[in-house]
Design a binder for this molecule. Sequence first.
Ligand code: BGC
Length: 639
Amino acid sequence: LFRSSDVIHGHKTVFPIPLGLSCSWDMALIEKSARVAAVEAAADGLNWTFSPMVDISRDPRWGRIAEGSGEDPFLGSAIAQAMVKGYQQSDLSKDNTLAACVKHYGLYGASEGGRDYNTVDMSRVRMYNEYLPPYKAAVEAGVASIMSSFNVVDGVPATGNHWLLTDLLKRQWGFKGLVVSDYTSLSEMINHGMGDLQTVSALSMNAGLDMDMVSEGFLNTLKASVNASKVSVKRIEDACRKILELKYRLGLFDDPYRYCSEERAAKLLLSPEHRQAARSAAAQSFVLLKNDQNVLPLTRKGTIAVVGPLAHSRRNMLGTWSVSGDHEKAVTVLEGIKAVAGPNVNIRYTKGANLSDDTVFAKKVNVFGTEIDFDEHSPDEMIREAVALAAQSDVVAAVVGEAADMTGEASSMASIDLQESQQKLLKALSKTGKPVVMVLYNGRPMTLQWEAQHIPAIVDVWFGGTEGGNAVADVLFGDVNPSGKLTTSFPVHIGQVPVYHSMLNTGRPYHGEAFSKFKTNYLDIPNEPLFPFGYGLSYTTFSYGEVRLSSATLKNGQTLTASVKVSNTGSRPGSEVVQLYIQDEVGSLSRPLKELKGFQKIMLQPGESKEVSFTITSDLLKFYNGDLKWVVEPGKFNV
Ligand code: BGC
């Protein structure tokens, strides 16, 4: 038997949510997170994980943005491959590997209005250039299986979409593995208006779906469809073959119990080594959004007020989709700070606010347990206590943000502001005049305009997993210098969505001047996001020299080198993600203002410089043209 589960960001040792991990821009670290997950899950009886989730999303309203790697297809593809490698390695029959399942094919992250399961509709050009690359990259990395998504693609639900599953995936991309439906996505086609269970089962089988997850349409109706000559036995045999082949590759015919070992599980699950890997991964995933007057890192003396509904909320530390994770094993921020601060710091804690004061909202979020709870003190009393504590302290760490299941599946939000209860707390703390460090837990980009204006230091810590609290403390006290960079843009206002870095130009460009009538701008907000893709500060500073090219021209099939000198101009060692963007100035299609085409993460000592080089091939300049041909067009490119 396959034993499958959603091992999404770790098994028992929970790593940061995927959106957080992506902000590390560190492929070795991401691969390692999948490796640790596989080693643990494969000892614990599992052999198939429904991961990686590689849906590109540019809509923070969509709760599942937390499960992916953000807005960019180039980075998303690299991460997809690192994850597949981490789970599968080179031999699936090893007892410490899992079969991976790339999902949700396809385009699920573009659901209209950010509402989960909703309609998707986009041009083929956009699909090919921007949304499909990560699935294709996973296929190229040898992913064992792929999951069809809930949404429609060109009007036909993905699970019954012949073009998607057979023409593109199996024929064009040459995928030889197993195609499984998402949970009941087959029978959901009845609601999509595609016919009754027998009809949609036949449609899916003929479209190229090999396995029906949960709907029992294949199980209960295919015989009738064969008898009615609606489905061929040959296609059913082909689907069975895919399933048997994967079981064979996993070694299940040699030993069906290969992936169950109490002895290995006892040794490996939550081992100190795994916890250490999770702690370091978490610290690498954090993004320092603001740090005025170097409020951070904190000094190891005086009194720190640790405040906020997430400061000591074990229930919320793991984030969405931690199916096998045990939140009781998670370290809270308060515990992390106490463990890391050392003997000369006086640490005081109070909750300060509920995650939300809205009981109706809380009920919807709390389906898997009480993530949003209500303190016995009134909201006003809680704030008063927090303000009093702040007044007696040197600095305030305000740990605020979202409950774990405010993102993830079926967790769409129309407002991505901090909940009102927490805004009130921050405003009150800010009035005390004490420096406030905002530690933000979130599974999506949020609108932080007030916070960015009034709070001197903001560090985005996503959901860091089992060791999240320790990792937060490592970064707050400067034992780890933050180096994460955003992989999804933070809008100024929800009305700006979608806002992303690889936009096309308009015929009426706007160049950051004051409002200009008949230019592409808003009357009430700027065009630029509050925090853009690729952004993130450090406790040190970096300077960049001029970009130099080994040659000003590049012929088809040749390569050239772009290099830049990067220096650490501050006083601490630090890592920097050097990002290569290219613009194709003139094309047969309007081309993005810039596209990510490379990245390297480097570590520099204070005063140290490094020459960072990128190889630019003509292949790197290719895109899908209007005929969906993968071409490079001659012309001028900006690096
Ligand atoms: C989700 C998938 C998941 C599946 C199985 C579905 O609801 O969309 O991501 O793999 O459930 O748990």
